[in-house]
Design a protein around this ligand. Structure first.
Ligand SMILES: Nc1ncnc2c1ncn2[C@@H]1O[C@H](COP(=O)(O)OP(=O)(O)OP(=O)(O)O)[C@@H](O)[C@H]1O
Ligand SMILES: [Mg+2]
Length: 278
């Protein structure tokens, strides 16, 4: 399964991608994590030394075909030469990033990621996670078009949800078969109600409610992956439930642990204030 993670800036895409990658590897999946952000930081969140020299995928790896970019080498060769080993056996590959000011657009870097995803086998034991940048450019460039699932991460405020709505409408024009919303940084029942109402109103498939977590901030400050810094944290439990239902029971009704537990005492819709402004 190939899962792309997108959403507005700072919504939690990298945190979710990194933690999900480690969790899935621990549960026995072969995991490839792709840093598809030209301002990359997935390696730090996943547990690779931030100071390590980590070459990116060379643009010469993609050749243009009538049906879009494809790799000029086999997936195995690309992984052998260009992947970096992260904890729990996750393989990390990184999209190219600007090396100099004024060097022009990043189309060819996006094309390599698109080619990599096109050539990757749809093996049920393997999971690929693509951490995207905040701009919707990955949709106009077709970077994630070979993914099976697009997870759109939203924070409980209007502009973040609007960004997700825009990306969902663009994604509907791609071959991606499932587009779903994951709400992150939910602090209270009113956040959950506001997001639920927004998603219902815009016919968005809300599959996860992840809590606000001080441990995520603590992990960032300590430059450590969340899963190592606070393995028992509610955010990790909620993500475990989310990725398990997404990958191992993809057809089951997806109800996250956070929905069952963390927000069990949320107020009724009638009690909700407009405090989140959604
Ligand atoms: N559930 C959470 N609770 C509290 N803070 C969180 C949570 N998830 C993410 N954060 C914090 O939000 C900030 C942004 O997180 P992250 O880098 O994962 O977002 P992003 O969407 O990848 O950002 P960008 O658009 O810059 O790539 C970080 O400081 C992170 O610690
Ligand atoms: Mg990020």
């Amino acid at each position: 399964m190939k899962i792309a993670v997108a959403g507005k800036g700072g919504a939690g895409k990298t945190t979710i991608c990194a933690t999900a990658a480690r969790l899935l590897a621990r549960s026995g999946h072969r995991v490839v994590a792709i840093d598809g952000d030209t301002n990359p930081n997935l390696h730090t969140a996943i547990g690779i030394d931030p100071a390590a020299a980590l070459p990116t995928l060379p643009t010469s790896l993609a050749s243009q075909r009538f049906d879009g970019p494809r790799l000029t080498a086999s997936i195995d060769e690309v992984l052998q030469r260009h992947a970096h080993l992260a904890p729990d056996g996750v393989h990390l590959v990184r999209m190219g990033m600007p090396q100099h000011a004024d060097e022009g657009c990043m189309c060819s870097a996006h094309a390599v990621v698109s080619a990599f995803l096109a050539d990757l086998d749809a093996d049920s034991e393997a999971v690929t996670l693509l951490d995207l940048e905040a701009s919707p450019e990955h949709l106009s460039r077709g970077t994630a078009r070979h993914c099976d699932v697009l997870l759109l991460v939203a924070e409980p405020y209007y502009r973040s949800l609007e960004a997700v709505r825009l990306q969902a409408s663009l994604a509907a024009e791609t071959p991606i078969s499932r587009v779903a919303v994951v709400a992150n940084k939910c602090r209270q029942g009113t956040d959950v109600d506001a997001i639920t109402e927004f998603c219902e109103r815009h016919e968005l498939d809300l599959i996860g409610l992840l809590p606000w977590s001080e441990a995520v901030l603590g992990a960032d400050s300590a430059t450590r992956p969340l899963i190592d810094f606070a393995p028992q944290d509610d955010m990790v439990s909620a993500l475990t439930a989310l990725v398990t239902s997404l990958v191992e029971e993809p057809s089951a009704e997806m109800v996250t642990a956070s929905r069952r537990g963390t927000f069990a005492e949320r107020p009724s819709r009638a009690d909700s204030s407009t405090e989140t402004g959604v």
